[in-house]
Design a protein around this ligand. Structure first.
Ligand code: ADP
Ligand code: MG
Length: 519
């Protein structure tokens, strides 16, 4: 190649290598994890996030916070992904996973400074995470996961979240009822539970609707507000004369012709109304518009019609009632109808809602949540979403572990025990993994105003003597005791996922020693 220099990268690209690359990545990852640390646990604080357009979100939810923050650094982005995959896989434990990942990075940084090679750290972390999974299985409760336990799981996931005026207890009851409703022989159809929020009333009115709720009002005031034992049709049909059609068909140059045109239009409109009425449908949902005259005629026939419904609402109604969507009125047959025990139109302040309950719809349930303001309702929706996820997870696997830091204390203890038998520098990495897990009880302590070091010492000694010790918050009290006795319970899968996703992200970041960024 004649001694010519060879350029493989554009001159504008930036390159950071070796220790510099490692430490800048680690710092970014740690910083992101640190940003959610104060929200962990029942005494965690909320964050107020304001985006560039001034939109405000107030939340305690790790995944929500990390996603609202405008994070650009690629290593930091990997911590956001930890929270995201945690949210996706098990629906809770996002703060825990991010905080553990951040601390694994912090420990890795110390090890690198002591000249422990990244590869050794990665191996040690993987070995430690295997031990952690064993420790989690050892912590699984031997008790049957019944409704009582499920309620405790739900409550544990909601403590510290803004649940408005609602007690976590009554919410937990609704959540468990909802999940039991969609329980299958071999799992839980979590997707069949939806949450519908409604701003206005005080939040002590949250109920379970055996069906679905959509934001729609009847097409005409004279229509019935409620239909029992309803046969319903779901249409993608405009019930009226399309604007423009008339002009195209008739060129009007005399009063007679105009009258003919009006008559033709009238009879076309009446035709639609009669076809619908004669089909036998009690309730009609259409994604298109309904002419006022059609609506008025159908009202007089006692048919309840909702017009202009959204495509996803139409899909929900179809799957909940067994209806078939019909694209042309001539094709409408009785076999296309869905069934519901009750369809009703109700008014809530400024909003009108349609409830489709029971019948074939009984397969789906809606947690109907009300709250005073948008912020209350939004956070309530996230809290209920988490609670639905953890209850579904706990019910599906039947495995729960103690919360309040007890599981993390037990994992760290087991790892330290086994580390003694691991040769060479890898032992340092395995021990560092245990140290990283201490962040959970330490943070729970710090967020209650306790001295984290004292709390850790007390927790370990209680764990040594009883085998199960957490830092339990109940009301104003903070106690070190067995979390099972206080109903502070998490699904085992939430802990497993947190360990796995945090390990994966931390080892991936620690391994990088070369960052090449195109400008
Ligand atoms: P995450 O996003 O990780 O779920 P949370 O803010 O929901 O974060 O806090 C979860 C942690 O709080 C878990 O470790 C759980 O066991 C613990 N926790 C829940 N309720 C209590 C309680 N009453 N006392 C102490 N810890 C609790
Ligand atoms: Mg949680």
């Amino acid at each position: 190649m004649g001694g010519q220099p060879m350029f493989i990268m554009s001159e504008d690209s930036q390159r950071t290598q070796g220790r510099d690359a490692q430490s800048s990545n680690i710092m970014a990852g740690k910083a992101v994890a640190e940003s959610v640390r104060t929200t962990l646990g029942p005494r965690g604080m909320d964050k107020m996030l304001v985006d560039s357009s001034g939109e405000v979100v107030i939340t305690n939810d790790g995944a929500t916070i990390l996603n609202e923050m405008d994070i650009e650094h690629p290593a930091a982005q990997m911590i956001v992904e930890v929270a995201d995959s945690q949210e996706e896989e098990v629906g809770d434990g996002t703060t825990t996973a991010a905080v553990i990942a951040g601390n694994l990075l912090g420990e890795a940084e110390d090890l690198i400074e002591q000249d422990v090679h990244a590869t050794t750290i990665v191996e040690g972390y993987h070995e430690a995470s295997e031990i952690a999974l064993e420790a989690i299985s050892e912590q699984v409760s031997e008790e049957v996961v019944d409704d009582e336990v499920l309620k405790q799981v739900a409550e544990s996931s909601m403590t510290g979240k803004g649940t408005g005026g609602l007690t976590a207890e009554s919410l937990a009851e609704t959540v468990v009822e909802a999940i039991r409703h969609v329980e299958l022989e071999d799992g839980v159809a979590r997707d069949n539970v939806t949450v519908h929020t409604q701003i206005g009333a005080s939040s002590n009115a949250t109920e379970l609707v055996p069906g679905i709720v959509i934001d729609e009002e009847p097409a005409h005031d004279g229509m019935p507000g409620e239909v029992e034992d309803a046969s319903l049709a779901v249409l993608d049909v405009e019930l009226g004369v399309r604007t423009g059609e008339i002009d195209a068909e008739y060129s009007i140059d005399s009063i007679d012709q105009l009258n003919t045109a009006i008559d033709a239009e009238e009879s076309e409109v009446r035709g639609y109304a009669e076809t619908v009425a004669e089909s036998g449908a009690d309730v009609v949902f259409t994604t298109e518009d309904v002419d006022d005259r059609v609506a008025s005629y159908l009202a007089s026939e006692g048919v309840l019609v909702f017009e202009g419904i959204g495509d996803s609402d139409a899909k929900d109604i179809v799957s909940a009632t067994g209806a078939t969507r019909v694209g042309a009125l001539d094709d409408l047959e009785e076999t296309d109808f869905g069934q519901a025990d009750r369809i009703s139109a109700e008014n809530y302040g400024d909003d009108d809602l349609a409830f489709v309950e029971g019948g074939a719809a009984a397969e789906t349930v809606t947690v109907f949540v009300r709250g005073g303001t948008e912020h209350v309702v939004d956070e309530l929706e996230r809290a209920i979403g988490d609670a639905l996820d953890v209850v579904a997870t706990a019910l599906a696997s039947g495995e729960v572990v103690p919360g309040a830091g007890a599981t993390e204390i037990a994992i760290a203890d087991k790892i330290r025990e086994e580390a003694a038998g691991i040769e060479g520098r890898k032992q340092l990495a395995v021990n560092a993994f245990a140290d990283a897990l201490d962040i959970v009880p330490r943070t729970l302590a710090a967020n209650t105003g306790r001295d984290p070091i004292d709390a850790l010492v007390d927790l370990r000694s209680a764990h040594d003597s009883t085998g199960r010790a957490g830092l339990i918050t109940s009301g104003e009290e903070v106690t070190i005791d067995d979390p099972f006795d206080y109903g502070v319970i998490d699904p085992a899968d939430v802990k497993r996922e947190a360990i796995e996703s945090a390990t994966e992200a931390a080892t991936m970041i620690a391994r990088i020693d070369d960052v090449i960024a195109a400008e």
